[in-house]
Design a protein around this ligand. Structure first.
Ligand SMILES: [Zn+2]
Ligand SMILES: [Zn+2]
Length: 387
């Protein structure tokens, strides 16, 4: 299991940057860091072994010059490796379809390499990170219910010198975030560090790309940059240093003008995140391009939602059937080729184990289960899984 506290993808066991990735051919990425074999991984983590679908990643260098120069200087991101770990990354191998009508929004399973730096597989890591964050934020909402505690998406940045001076690392960046949030009046926050922004001059071009290709507003610029839609040669060519933080925060904030006068810094308060879906959507997108570092969590909790203040306990598990979103019929799992053409049926129905968690204020008595039932939070799962 990934230990409590290390939300987000764990990073390689060796520091990134000058040391780079371990270069033995036989190493591959796991949520526990780099290991030499599946046997070794099984030893250190028997529980997560089952969920390690796919194949060992051939860990490719992210250090070939000149690509990576900027990343080495200011920090690595999810999906910022120059190349995919393996040509099969992202390839479809299973199809999940409705048992009564195969046209009802089929789903697929993809091969993935377990490296959060992989430009194809990073989205899976970002989604897992968003799942954990969503569960905790939803748990926080059951405990803190006043108007002041309502959560919103907050973007903030530091005084001008921060815009030219790189942070020594995540630790320093989060320390500065805490200082600024305290000053602003934030009482609780889940925080991510973004060392980069999309280059200003590319924004109109990316906007035009979206229009021409009929992409809707939900496709963000970072997704286009990760996919290198303009053919510039990689994510690094779309970005420039521009450190700032994103948070799912709550608290009445200091007036922006006043804040600017004190710090020369600024913030933007975006939409309130009332539903579980909006929390997840926001957490997922922010995670796809946040800074990641060796053996450190890429997201931190501050104030009332922190591990110091908010207690959590797993109280029950349920096995649920996963059914078709369109008609409620059971879903089947098929072996399929890379184009999604079914080869043979493997399962007549699909179930999922859902874990429920109870949250309460640390230092206060744990709520009685009888009263707490409506406060149980399950880890975020697709709409069809939730009752
Ligand atoms: Zn991959
Ligand atoms: Zn159906």
């Amino acid at each position: 299991m990934i230990p409590e506290g290390s939300v987000g993808a764990a990073a390689p066991s060796q520091p990134l940057g000058t040391a780079g990735y371990p270069d033995e051919d036989s190493t591959f990425w796991t949520p526990k860091g780099y290991v030499k074999s599946f046997e070794e991984y099984k030893k250190i983590s028997s529980k997560t072994y089952d969920s390690l679908i796919g194949y060992p990643a051939n860990v490719t260098s992210i250090n070939s010059e000149p690509y990576g120069t900027q990343l080495r200087k200011y920090g690595f991101l999810f999906g910022s490796n120059e190349k995919v770990s393996d040509d099969n990354c992202g390839k479809i191998y299973r199809k999940i379809q409705c048992s009564t009508n195969f046209l009802h929004h089929p789903g697929f399973k993809h091969l993935h390499c377990n490296d959060p730096g992989c430009p194809v597989c990073y989205t899976k890591y970002a989604a897992q990170m968003a799942d954990r964050v969503t569960e905790r934020v939803q748990g926080y909402k059951t405990v803190y219910r006043s108007k002041r505690d309502a959560v919103y998406h907050l973007i903030f940045w530091g005084p001008p010198e921060n815009k030219t001076r790189p942070y020594a690392g995540l630790r320093e960046a989060f320390k500065e975030a805490n200082r600024l949030m305290e000053l602003m009046g934030v009482v609780s926050a889940t925080v991510w560090f973004h060392p980069y922004r999309i280059k200003k001059e590319l924004k109109p071009i990316l906007r035009r790309y979206k229009t021409i290709n009929g992409l809707n507003g939900r496709v963000g610029f970072w997704k286009l940059a990760h996919d290198d839609v303009l053919g510039l040669g990689g994510l690094e060519r779309y970005i420039e240093y521009g450190p700032h933080w994103h948070a799912i925060a709550s608290g009445w904030l200091m007036n922006t003008t006043e804040y600017k006068e004190i710090e020369g810094a600024g913030y933007k308060k975006k939409r309130y995140l009332e539903s579980e879906e909006t929390v997840h959507e926001t957490a997922h997108y922010i995670s796809t391009h946040c800074c990641r570092e060796a053996m450190k969590s890429s997201v931190r909790y501050f104030g009332n939602i922190s591990y110091r203040m908010l207690a959590r306990e797993h109280v029950e598990s349920k096995i649920k059937d996963v059914v078709c979103n369109d008609c409620g019929a059971p879903l089947e799992e098929h072996d399929c080729d890379e184009n999604g053409v079914c080869i043979q049926k493997l399962k007549d129905s699909i179930t999922q184990k859902i874990k429920y968690y109870l949250y309460w204020k640390k230092g206060h008595p744990k709520p009685d289960m009888k009263d707490a039932h409506q406060c149980l939070i399950s880890r975020f799962s697709p709409a069809q899984l939730r009752s």
